[in-house]
Design a protein around this ligand. Structure first.
Ligand code: CTP
Length: 426
């Protein structure tokens, strides 16, 4: 029983998938959790509160003004909950949660959560893809909310599309993952993410297709496991994760400076960034004008940030993790990079599956073994990588259990703005 002793609030939103919330409650209970339920008014149109009361042995809360709770029901419920999971989460519920609204029992409870919050969206594909919904989802992610799904499948109206709620047992898995102990709480992790941009002139640059999603997922996962996280990000279209120190950079050399500055604090460096190997040798101060039928640009080599970290490391700190994004011979190249860059772990993946989307597939290669994982979401892969990092930290002298600086957990840092790059702590 893997959720033994845990107390979970299930918030039920008003969609047809509300009937699956009944199965979710049962699944959480099967895993040993105590469950209480809060419902929106529209959820009550799909399933009766009596069903949940019968299953949980406690009234399902449907009203912020419930006279049975003379105190503040939402505060009491949030205080009781080790985790809150909203399933199904409608587009409307996501929008209100993203705004921090608290005008019903589900939203009010969410707004004073003391532990992980998960939401399992369910809606028509067009509603899910609507820019407003995606904006709200990004906001919630940045606020530390874990999105579980949706997935592609049969929707309520019989059509097939992305918008179907994830099955209850998978939602229960996600709750379990979210409640993982803070096993990295004495570690500082630097994660690099996204592409770099190398200027040709004031309006043009060389770059690549990296979305930054893998690095942002790693930063959020490490934060959730209690690490102090420094995210060094190239230009991407993602909101800075809350509770993470985010340094924004553009070029490979800016990225290297940012990492070098943060290095004395680091126990782990994870390089997910797709760093440009070359940059224009002679970037022009004004716009390059059109010339003949062809033109060539001389490129010079950028520093290999990871290889230089590997070269200058004495001992086993920081633990170094690299990515090997390949189009062919993925594992062979991954092993080569492990040795040549003198790192502890390489995540080898194929560009076709790794670039852009939310899902990926990877092989973890260290000096003892290689594990090919099944396809999975980037957040899930991030946790697999951190499980391995945790082992590597434990193996290094001084282990992950020490508290080198006797540091209080994550005090806010002063905001500095070094020249040429911006810093935010969202
Ligand atoms: N890397 C780096 N600095 C660079 C290039 C790559 O730190 N200038 C890091 C990446 O962040 C990644 C690892 O090295 O963790 C491997 O990057 P990849 O682009 O796959 O390999 P390269 O070393 O650039 O080799 P190639 O492009 O020939 O595959």
């Amino acid at each position: 029983m893997t959720l033994a002793g845990k107390q979970i609030v299930v918030g039920v939103g008003g969609g047809i998938a509300a009937f699956k919330a009944v199965e979710l409650v049962r699944e959480l209970q099967r895993r040993g959790a105590k469950v209480r339920v809060a419902m929106t008014a529209s959820a009550c149109r799909f399933v009766g509160p009596v069903t949940f009361a019968g299953l949980t042995g406690a009234p399902a809360l449907t009203d912020l003004w419930d006279p049975r709770y003379p105190g503040e029901a939402h505060v009491e419920l949030a205080e009781w909950a080790d985790a809150i999971v909203v399933a199904p989460a409608t587009a409307n519920l996501l929008a209100r949660a993203a705004q921090g609204m608290a005008d019903d029992i589900v939203l009010a409870t969410l707004s004073c959560a003391r532990g992980p919050v998960l939401v399992a969206p369910a809606m028509h594909e067009r509603m899910w893809r609507a820019p407003s919904t995606q904006r709200n989802v990004e906001r919630l992610r940045a606020d530390g909310v874990t999105l579980v799904g949706p997935v592609k499948g049969a929707l309520a109206n019989g059509s097939v599309g992305e918008g179907r709620m994830v099955e209850p047992n998978e939602i229960a898995d996600a709750v379990q993952r979210a409640l993982r102990t803070h096993d990295l709480s004495n570690s500082t992790v630097i994660v690099s993410a996204g592409p770099t941009q190398e200027d040709l002139d004031p309006v043009r640059f060389l770059s690549n297709k990296s979305s930054g999603r893998m690095g942002y997922a790693l930063a959020a996962a490490a934060r959730d496991r209690g690490a102090e996280v420094i995210l060094v990000s190239g230009p991407v279209d993602l909101a800075a994760p809350s509770g993470v120190e985010t340094l924004r950079v553009r070029s490979a050399r800016e990225m290297q400076h940012a990492i070098d500055d943060a290095l004395p604090r680091a126990d782990v460096v994870i390089m997910t960034a797709a760093v440009a190997d070359y940059r224009p040798a002679d970037p022009k101060p004004s716009k390059i004008k059109k010339q003949g039928d062809s033109m060539s640009v001389e490129l010079i080599k950028n520093p290999d940030i990871l290889a230089e970290l590997g070269k200058k490391r004495t001992g086993k700190r920081p633990v170094l993790v690299g990515f090997a994004m390949e189009t062919n011979d993925v594992i062979a190249y991954g092993k080569k990079k492990l040795v040549e860059k003198r790192v502890d772990l390489v995540i080898a993946n194929e560009a076709r599956v790794a670039f852009g989307g939310d899902d990926t597939q990877a092989t973890l290669i260290d000096h003892k073994r290689e594990d090919t994982l099944p396809p999975m979401g980037k957040l899930e892969l991030a946790h697999h990588i951190l499980d391995r990092v945790k082992l590597l930290l434990g193996a290094a002298p001084g282990g992950a259990t020490r508290n080198r600086r006797g540091r209080a957990p994550r005090a806010p840092r002063p905001v500095r703005r070094p020249r040429g790059r911006s810093r935010s702590k969202a």
